[in-house]
Design a protein around this ligand. Structure first.
Ligand code: NAP
Length: 253
């Protein structure tokens, strides 16, 4: 029931980290994939070459800044021209920067909201007409524990990820009658480039591990599995869910 053969998936931020783990797992389970990157062209090309060697399922990397509505329009057009439909949309691309509320300038706030939240609007605005026509679709957003409990010195990030949670619930209600399920995965700390700097401080990493009931920080693959669950027929009756994938570090819905 986790077989995605015949399904087309559009995945943002597939060049690295959690996104590339989702691309790999979806490809392994038979999906045709369009994934985006912004700057990491060589990572995107390497991933594509690796997957094309494994099976015949198509994988197409597209350079697209999700924060740019024109680029998003063109990305969705390309996907539809290639595959004729979008069955699964995973919005994973995101950024995480640091700043206190008084030191942060307007451009820093806006860049984060634009990249993490407004992008979700641009993408859903373009994709949902096709899903509505199909009378089916899966939308999966990647939020964060920061969006559930807030995050000091990252208020812009937490606000953007909290917005994603409200968007998930709104679209679940709005799009459910069209057979479109909207859900969200909210990871805690994950070992990726995003956290590479902070985890280069071994004491900090150890503190994070000790504060987690499972006592470790996961690899991206441990986030990709729950995303596949939501994309698959195992989750047919799951809609509007915020799925915690944080080892039990933040116990809220
Ligand atoms: P990452 O390793 O930094 O990778 C980020 C990905 O997003 C890259 O593929 C990057 O593409 C892409 N991206 C960034 N801005 C973009 C834009 N404007 N347009 C298109 N693509 C863009 O991050 P990650 O840790 O895998 O995080 C993935 C998601 O999980 C994010 O939404 C993040 O907020 C969330 N998350 C992460 C953690 C964590 O601890 N790592 C925890 C909770 C939630 P390029 O490389 O091509 O620029």
């Amino acid at each position: 029931m986790t077989n995605l053969s015949g399904k087309t998936a559009l995945i943002t931020g597939g060049s690295r980290g959690i996104g590339s783990a989702i691309v790999r797992l979806f490809h392994e389970t038979g999906a045709r994939i369009v994934f985006t990157y912004r700057n990491s062209r060589s990572s995107a090309n390497n991933l594509t070459a690796e997957l094309r060697q494994k099976t015949k399922e198509e994988v197409i990397p597209v350079q697209a800044d999700c924060a740019n509505p024109d680029a998003v329009r063109s990305l969705v057009k390309t996907t539809i021209e290639q595959f004729g439909r979008i069955d699964i949309f995973v919005h994973n691309a995101g950024i995480w920067t640091e700043g206190t509320i008084d030191s942060m300038d307007k451009s820093m706030w806006e860049e984060t909201i634009q990249t993490n939240l407004n992008s979700a609007f641009y993408l859903c605005h373009e994709i949902t007409p096709f899903m509505k026509k199909q009378r089916s679709g899966r939308i999966i957003f990647i939020s964060s524990t920061a969006g559930q409990r807030g995050e000091a010195n990252h208020s812009h990030y937490a606000a953007s990820k909290g917005g994603i949670i409200s968007l998930t619930k709104s679209l679940a209600d709005e799009l459910g009658p069209f057979g479109i399920r909207t859900n969200c995965v909210a990871p805690g700390w994950v070992q990726t480039d995003m956290t590479g700097d902070v985890f280069s401080d071994a004491d900090f990493l150890q503190k994070v591990e000790q504060n987690n009931p499972l006592r470790y920080v996961p690899q991206p693959e441990e986030i990709a599995g729950p995303v596949l669950f939501l994309a698959s027929d195992l989750a047919l009756y799951v809609n509007g869910e915020i799925l915690n994938v944080n080892g039990g570090s933040v116990l809220c819905g």
